[in-house]
Design a protein around this ligand. Sequence first.
Ligand SMILES: *[C@@H]1O[C@H](CO)[C@@H](O)[C@H](O)[C@H]1NC(C)=O
Ligand SMILES: *[C@@H]1O[C@H](CO)[C@@H](O)[C@H](O)[C@H]1NC(C)=O
Ligand SMILES: *[C@@H]1O[C@H](CO)[C@@H](O)[C@H](O)[C@H]1NC(C)=O
Ligand SMILES: *[C@@H]1O[C@H](CO)[C@@H](O)[C@H](O)[C@H]1NC(C)=O
Ligand SMILES: *[C@@H]1O[C@H](CO)[C@@H](O)[C@H](O)[C@H]1NC(C)=O
Ligand SMILES: *[C@@H]1O[C@H](CO)[C@@H](O)[C@H](O)[C@H]1NC(C)=O
Ligand SMILES: *[C@@H]1O[C@H](CO)[C@@H](O)[C@H](O)[C@H]1NC(C)=O
Length: 755
Amino acid sequence: MFSQKSFMIRSFSFLLLLLLLMILLRKSVAVGDDRQKNFYIVFLRADHADDDISPENSLQIESTHLNLLSSVKGSHHEARESMVYSYSKSFNAFAAKLSDNEARKLSDMDEVVSVIPNGYCKLHTTRSWDFIGLPVTAKRRLKLESDIIVGLLDTGTTPESDSFKDDGLGPTPAKWKGSCGHFANFSGCNNKLIGAKYFKLDGNPDSDDILSPIDMDGHGTHTSSTAAGNLVPNASLFGLAQGTARGAVPSARVAVYKVCWESNGCADMDILAGFEAAIHDGVDVISISIGGGNPSYYEDSIAIGSFHAMKKGIITVASAGNDGPSLNTVVNTAPWIVTVGASGIDRQFISTVQLGNGQNVSGRGVNTFNPKQKQYPLINGADAASSSASKEEARSCYPTSLDPKKVKGRLVYCIPDSSGSDSVVKALGGIGAIMENEQYLDLAQIFMAPATAVNTSVGESITSYIKSTRSPSAVIYKTHEMKKPAPFVASFSSRGPNSGSIHVLKPDIAAPGINILASFTLRRSLTGQEGDTQFSKFTLMSGTSMACPHVAGVAAYVKSFHPNWSPAAIRSAIITTAKPMSKRVNVEAEFGYGGGQVNPMRAKNPGLVYDMDAFSYLQFLCHEGYNGSDLTVFTGSRVNCSSILPGLGHDAINYPTFQLALRAKKPSTLAVFRRTVTNVGPDGPTMFNATVNAPPGVQVTVSPNSLSFSKALQKRSFKVVVKAKSMASMKIVSGSLVWRSSRYNVRSPIVVYSP
Ligand SMILES: *[C@@H]1O[C@H](CO)[C@@H](O)[C@H](O)[C@H]1NC(C)=O
Ligand SMILES: *[C@@H]1O[C@H](CO)[C@@H](O)[C@H](O)[C@H]1NC(C)=O
Ligand SMILES: *[C@@H]1O[C@H](CO)[C@@H](O)[C@H](O)[C@H]1NC(C)=O
Ligand SMILES: *[C@@H]1O[C@H](CO)[C@@H](O)[C@H](O)[C@H]1NC(C)=O
Ligand SMILES: *[C@@H]1O[C@H](CO)[C@@H](O)[C@H](O)[C@H]1NC(C)=O
Ligand SMILES: *[C@@H]1O[C@H](CO)[C@@H](O)[C@H](O)[C@H]1NC(C)=O
Ligand SMILES: *[C@@H]1O[C@H](CO)[C@@H](O)[C@H](O)[C@H]1NC(C)=O
C-alpha cells in the first residue's frame, strides 16, 4: 500500500514537473510539431447550394468543420488548436495543421472531396496607357465606372498615396459588402480605397512585414495604382518617365487583400481566403500578379478561387509568369482566367559611360546619380581580388571577393551572376559599378549607387580599355530616356504552350510590363538593397506582375460599359480586339503574346463575343479527362462526366482562340472546332464574313463562312476544320480567323504546334 501510494505521489509530482516543463518549453514543443505537421486545405462537399451561403449557414458550416477535424484529431480542443481558417462563404473548405496520417484519414472520409497541401506562390515582379491607346480623354461612363470595384490579391497597398485620394468620388457603391478596419501603420480607407484586409494564416512571424494591409514591399501599391489609381500629374522617378501616372479606370474603386508576405511569399490558404473575401465583398474584377502553384487546376489555389469568382460573374486576370523566354513556362492557365504576358513599350533607359580615353559607350538601367567628378578611377573586379579570393570570384564582385583598399573611391567593372554589384561596391567604399549582363537586356534595373549594365560587346571594349592604360578611368552619367521600337514581348515573360491543357492557347494577351511607372511606398528604398537611400513615391517596375493590372483595368473599363457581361464575354472582347504583334520580332509568336497587345478602346465594342458559363467550363474539364471527384473543388458536388452533355468539337470549349497540338507520329492531324458567337453590336441586321489567314502548310475551312444576325444578342454557330501535316517538335505556326462586318473585325488567332 505504502509503496503504491508513494508511487502515485511521485508520479503526480512527476506529472506536475512535466506540466511545468511543457509550459516552459511550449515554444520549442510547438516548433517540434511544426516539423511534422503541415498546413492543408480540406475541401468538402457543399450540401447547401454553395452559391449562396447565408451567415447562419456559415456558422453551421464552421462547426461541421470542427466536428470533422475532431474526429481525426481525437478531441474538440485539438481540432480548435489546429484549425486555422474555415472557408464558408463561397466554397466549403477549411485549412488546418495536420500530420500526413491525419491528412490521409481525412481524404478517405466520405464528405471530404480533396485535401491539398498548402504551398507558397510568388509574386511576378504612365506612358504605358497612352502607348496602348487609352488616352486621358478616352470616352468614359464615369457614373458606371465609379460603381466598378477592382480587387487585388497582392502585398497590400499604401493608403496615403496620391493614387488613392478620393477627391470627387461619391459614397461606396451600394453593392459593396466589404470592410476596412483600423490596422497597424495603415491610415485607413476612403471612397477610393474602399476595402483592405490581410490574411496570414500560417501564423509564422515575419520580421520584415507588419500584420496589416500596409504594403511593405511596393509591389501591391504599384499594381493597385496601375489598375485603378487616380490621375496623378507630374509623376516621375527623379525626373525620369515623367508624366501623368494613372490607372485604367481612375474613377473605379479599389479593394486590397494582402496575401503575400515579405519572408514567405503567398500561401495557397491565404490566396483562397483572399478570393473568398473578394467574392463575398462584391468586387467586379480580381487582379492577381502571383503564380507558381500546382499545374493541375483542381490543386491550384488560384484556379480554384477564380472558378468560384467566375461563378459569381467576377472576372479574374492573372500574370503569366516571369520564366521566359523558355517555352512551356506559362502559369495561371485555367481557361476561366485571363492570362497576361508582358510587352515592352517604346521607352528605354540609357546611361552614357565616358571612358578616360574619351570614348562613349552606353549601358542600360536607372541611374539617378549625377556625377560629382569629371572622371573616376576604374578597376576591373578581377584586379581587385581580396587575398582570400580568386580572380574569377572577384570578377563576379561577390561581397567577400573584393579588397576594399583596391575598390575605395573607384568604379568597378563586374561580370556578376546576379544583380547587386552596385550595392557590394558601395558598401566597400567604392563609387559604383559597370556590370556586364546579357540577361533581360530589355528591362531597366534601378541602381542604388552610380551604375549601369552593358552587353558583352560593350564589356569587351571596356576591359580592353582598362588593359590599355596604367590609370583607367570612367564616368557614368545620369540616365536618360530613349525611344525604342515596340511593342515586343519581354524576354522574361513566360511562354506557352500551356502545360495545363494542350487545347487552350495561353497566354491570352500581352500588356505593358517593362519599366512601368506607378505608385510606390516610402516604407522601402527603391532597390530594397542594404545602404540604399533612394526613396520615391513613384517607381519603375518590370514583370508580368505589371502587365496583369493593365488588363484587369481594361476588364473594369469594358465592364463599365457592359455591367452585365460575363467574365468570358469580357475576356473574348479583350482577346479578339487585341492589336496583332509581329511574328518576326517575337519568334515564339502567340506563345508570347496570345491574341496580341491589349487595345482598350476597341475592347469595349467588339461586335461579337465567344461567351461561356460555368457549366460549359465543366464540359471542357470533363473533355480534358478530369473526373468526378477532381471537379468537386469547383462545384461543391460530385460531377458525373458521363451523365452531362458533352462539350462540342475538338476542344469542347467556346474559346476565342484556336489551338491544335499535332499528334506525334501521325502524318497529319484533322480537328473540327465548334464555336458560337453572340452579337453584341447594335440592334438591326448585320452580316459577318469569315476571312481566314491559314498558318503555312495548314488547311483551314470555316462553315458557314458568313453569319447573319437580325438583332442584338442573337447567337450563331459555326465550325472550323483545321488540317495540318506533321512538323518538327516544338515548332509553332499561326494564322487567324477574322469575322468582318462593315463595322467590326473580330479576330481569333489559330495556332498549330508540335509538342
Ligand atoms: C509602424 O508604426 C509604429 C508605431 O506607430 C512605428 O514605430 C513604426 O515605425 C511604423 N513602421 C512603419 C514601417 O511605418
Ligand atoms: C514636376 O516635377 C518636377 C520634378 O519632380 C519639378 O521640378 C516640377 O516643378 C514639377 N512641375 C509641376 C508643374 O509641378
Ligand atoms: C560623350 O557623352 C557626353 C555626355 O553625354 C558628351 O558630353 C560627349 O560629347 C560625348 N563624347 C563623344 C565623343 O561623343
Ligand atoms: C551592345 O550595346 C550597344 C550599346 O547599347 C549596341 O550598340 C550594340 O548593338 C549591342 N550589341 C549587341 C550584340 O547587342
Ligand atoms: C479520378 O481520377 C483519379 C486520378 O486522377 C483517380 O484516383 C480516381 O479514382 C478517379 N475517380 C473516379 C471516380 O474515377
Ligand atoms: C454516371 O452516369 C452514367 C450515365 O448516366 C451512369 O451509368 C453511371 O452509373 C454514373 N456513375 C456514377 C458514379 O454515378
Ligand atoms: C459579305 O459577303 C457577302 C456575299 O459575298 C457580300 O455581299 C457582303 O458585302 C460581304 N460583307 C462584308 C462586310 O464584307
